[in-house]
Design a protein around this ligand. Structure first.
Ligand code: GTP
Ligand code: MG
Length: 442
């Protein structure tokens, strides 16, 4: 039993009970004798304490097992939304023998009773915690089992393949193995499907959580000028003194319909003697590592090309390289051997108009096809990665021409990972970890 509505004052508070004794408790709490109770009907009447004293007038309902959220007998009391009142009803339930539910226990029971698979149970949590409308829409699609059905499609394909391999292992002489081209075809289909789910998950994450967009570069390159130009207001301090920005500055910005968190950082240089600046530089590097998207601002007028350290920091992530201060004339190193510029030439002091199309395009590429995005939990993402690793190894085993036993080993690992996404073969510890993050009463 738990209060299913948030604490505080409100129109209605709901106390929910689940388990075989729920109907009996409901009868005790409802102060009116009813010769016949029907499932899934609302009844109006008094709600009473153990000593018979009336606490409230409200609606009560009983949902007969298995036609309830948890799959068990469920009873709900809809009271006036006062915190003290809800607590009095909770105490009355305790006196009648109920116990308080753990966080997420109702949903855990729904999962254990087969009402939801694990991705759907996780979608309940995602839905409740959604901070943006798009995040809520994506979670609600998972709640219908959309993600599970995609995973199940791949798993069934692999299971079929596995049964063929096992027949080959057990009855080697009578059952011929699959020809290599057919195996490769099956492998390609599964690998692509899993890889696509991961890509869709990446896009979903960007849409739901936004892109952490970090502006990096050497001191004085024009990073803060860029921040201000993109925001359209003088948010960051800009001076001709190298090392002006000491700490990181964050501001939200919407680009191509996607929310970005723009982060201005301290200019990175090797030879800083100033302790505060050194700390700022350290923070800039950390920010760069956590970025979803990097904008590298380079002073294109400088006589020397940028520190090679930057290439390593920037090029392993999605990035945009800006050659700033083109109004002063770009230095020869800004072009490669064929005379092509190594980045987008721009004058940030005159605004970011030329930058918008490139930034919008990059954001669109990162999000991918919007109709095909998927919101994954961290667990789902990690487990999908594990499935893809097993498939990767399966591909190598196939290429090496190893026997059915070896193929079956990789295949089993992939099938197991895909099953775990839906909640098959998942240990108690993992379930505890998932459901303990749920709110009380869900
Ligand atoms: N000529 C010219 N000057 C620019 C341009 N963009 C920025 N500046 C100047 O460059 C200087 C440094 O700009 P900031 O935006 O403070 O540079 P920063 O990269 O944030 O520097 P730190 O915070 O010190 O790391 C300022 O004097 C700007 O006015 C440009 O496109 N052309
Ligand atoms: Mg700055």
């Amino acid at each position: 039993m738990a209060v299913a509505t948030p604490p505080g004052e409100g129109g209605v508070a709901i106390v929910r009970l689940s388990g075989p004794l729920a109907p009996m408790l409901l009868k005790r709490l409802h102060g009116r004798v009813r010769p016949k109770w029907e499932s899934h009907k609302l009844y109006y009447g008094p709600i009473v304490q153990a000593d018979g004293q009336v606490l409230d007038q409200g609606l009560v309902t009983w949902m007969k097992a298995p036609h309830s959220y948890t799959g068990e007998e469920v009873a709900e009391l809809h009271l006036h939304g006062g915190q003290a009142l809800a607590q009095l009803v909770v105490q009355t339930c305790l006196i009648h023998g109920a116990r308080l539910a753990e966080p997420g226990e109702f949903t855990l029971r729904a999962f254990l009773n087969g009402k939801l698979d694990l991705t759907q149970a996780e979608a309940v949590q995602q839905l409740i915690q959604s901070r943006s409308q798009i995040a809520a829409q994506l979670a609600s699609r998972n709640l219908t089992g959309y993600f599970s059905s995609q995973v199940e499609g791949v798993r069934q394909d692999l299971l079929h393949w596995l049964s063929l391999l096992e027949a080959e292992i057990d009855f080697g002489d009578e059952v011929p193995g699959l020809p290599l081209d057919q195996s490769l075809q099956r492998w390609g289909r599964a690998y692509e499907a899993v890889d696509r789910l991961l890509q869709q998950g990446q896009s979903g994450k960007i849409l739901a959580d936004g892109l952490r967009t970090v502006i990096v570069g050497a001191p004085n390159a024009g990073k803060s000028t860029l921040m201000n130009a993109l925001l359209g207001r003088p948010r960051a301090l800009v001076t001709e003194i190298a090392g002006t920005t000491r700490d990181t500055l964050e501001e939200p910005l919407v680009v191509a319909g996607v929310s970005l968190l723009l982060v201005d950082t301290a200019g990175v240089r090797r030879d800083s003697q100033d302790l505060v600046e050194q700390m700022g530089i350290q923070r800039s590097r950390q920010e760069a590592e956590q970025a979803d998207l990097l904008i590298w601002v380079v002073d294109g007028h400088a006589t020397e090309p940028p520190d090679p350290d930057f290439y390593q920091m920037v090029f392993e992530r999605p990035h945009l390289l800006l050659l700033n201060k083109k109004d002063l004339g770009l230095a020869p190193w800004t072009a490669d051997d064929q005379g092509r510029l190594i980045g987008l030439p721009i004058s940030l002091a005159q605004g970011a108009d030329e930058l918008w199309p490139a930034l919008e395009q990059l954001v669109r590429e990162l999000v991918g096809e919007q109709s095909d995005v998927m919101r994954l939990t961290h667990r789902q993402w990690e487990t999908l990665l594990r499935a893809r690793d097993s498939l990767q190894s399966l591909g190598e085993t196939l290429e090496a021409g190893l026997s059915a036993e070896f193929l079956a080993l990789d295949l089993r690992a992939a099938v197991q990972a895909l099953g775990q996404i839906q909640g098959l073969d998942v240990g108690e510890e993992i379930l505890d970890r998932i459901f303990s993050t749920f709110c009380l009463g869900k």
